[in-house]
Design a protein around this ligand. Structure first.
Ligand code: SF4
Length: 397
């Protein structure tokens, strides 16, 4: 097995206070004997197994995990830290599913339910910050009445109006639902979406693959195997995607490890995943609101473990909207190399009580990254560097 960090990667640089704490320039230290053999494997570029991943979840020595994850991150990316100028677009929150994890979806004709007419969606896409976006991130509910043609028209209409913008649209869950509505196979559905202008897929809806957990948090959506099969088909027809894991609710360490290993196995087969995004569960306004929010310790640990276990994923994202900008900034020293983007208008996690701003200006993202001692790189969705002047945006191809 050749892991990603074996494949011609830049050495890291040591700078900044946190870097002095966790850097290859400073010896690895731990008082947890379970981490010693894992450290040896990381140094030898050997793949971690399920027992190693469980040991990482069960240790309290987050600095030791961070040391290893930071080492790998710097071997892969040096100081380079990616962000993008994007806009979220949620065409409808009407949803036939009633996932207990969700505060966004609404039943048709209930208070707060909305569905954008196509023109409204195009106007919303054009609104927000004046900075030219390079990506629309488009996800929404599973609407019982909207025909497949609405989504094809949405995509082709956006492509026509914003030909330079990458369309990252529809989770595996939405694709599977649209295929049912259109009475098409998943492959045919993906092919039609691609022909209309979808450029890649986001990573949402994966939640936790384990059936036991899915029955509690989202028993109305596709199961874990169907999510993975849909991702595989997308990759097979040339669409890249991301992958997520929703953590911090009713799952246990074994469920998290199972989820990560299934993603790693599929990546080994297709190579179609770009970025892994661990998503902290936000319980407010959901049927699970009796659960506590995740802690900073778990958020940081999850980033570091993701970097170490998902050795064939090029990127690990600290999604600032979910984990706050402050924790995401620290995560850049614990394995993350991406902090997501400007977003402009985030609805899904704010309906669930996220207290972060709905969007962030480009220069604020740059400042966050620089203050973490890292080098900000504006990227497009496919991680090609973007050069921006007052009058133009150029993507290096
Ligand atoms: S998580 Fe997605 S599928 Fe589930 S209720 Fe919310 S919008 Fe619908």
């Amino acid at each position: 097995m050749v892991s990603t960090w074996d494949r011609g990667l830049a050495p890291g640089y040591a700078c900044g206070i946190i870097d002095k704490m966790i850097s290859a320039a400073h010896p690895f230290q731990t008082d947890d004997p379970r981490l010693r053999p894992i450290h040896d494997k990381v140094m030898a570029h050997d793949r971690l197994d399920a027992d190693d991943a469980l040991a990482l979840y069960r240790t309290g020595d987050v600095l030791a995990i961070g040391w290893m994850a930071n080492l790998v991150r710097e071997q892969m990316h040096g100081d380079r830290t990616y962000f993008n100028v994007n806009r979220h677009l949620n065409p409808t929150n009407v949803c036939v599913a009633a996932c207990r994890l969700c505060a966004f979806g609404r039943k048709k004709d209930t208070p707060g339910a909305y569905t954008m007419a196509l023109e409204e969606a195009f106007e919303t896409a054009a609104s927000g910050y004046s900075e030219a976006v390079t990506e629309f991130h488009i996800v929404g509910g599973l609407h019982p009445d909207l025909p497949f043609q609405y989504f094809l028209d949405l995509i082709s209409g956006l492509k026509q109006r914003f030909p330079q913008v990458h369309l990252k649209a529809f989770t595996m869950v939405e694709v599977a639902y649209l295929s049912k509505r259109a009475k098409l196979s998943i492959r045919e559905t993906l092919e039609q979406l691609k022909a209309a202008g979808v450029d890649s897929l986001p990573g949402g809806g994966a939640e936790i693959f384990a059936d036991r957990v899915r029955h509690i948090i989202c028993d109305h959506k596709i199961d874990g195997d169907q999510w993975l099969d849909t991702a595989k088909l997308a990759h097979q027809i040339g669409l890249k995607s991301n992958a997520t894991m929703l953590y911090g609710h009713v799952e246990n360490d074994e469920d998290r490890v199972d989820h990560l290993l299934k993603l790693r196995a599929l990546q080994e087969e297709t190579g179609g995943f770009q970025t892994f995004i661990p998503l902290a569960f936000h319980p407010y306004n959901t049927p699970l609101q009796h659960l506590p929010k995740t802690t900073g310790m778990l958020d940081i640990k999850q980033i570091a473990i993701s970097r170490l276990v998902l050795d064939n994923f090029p990127h690990i994202k600290a999604y600032w909207q979910m984990m706050t900008a402050k924790i995401a900034q620290i995560a850049l020293r614990f394995g993350a190399d991406d902090i997501d983007g400007t977003v402009v208008e985030e609805k899904i996690y704010h309906d669930a009580g996220a207290t972060t701003p709905q969007g962030m200006r480009r220069e604020e993202l740059v400042r966050l990254i620089r203050e973490a001692g890292r080098e900000p790189i504006e990227r497009d969705t496919l991680y090609r560097p973007v050069t921006r002047t007052e009058t133009s945006v150029t993507v290096a191809v």
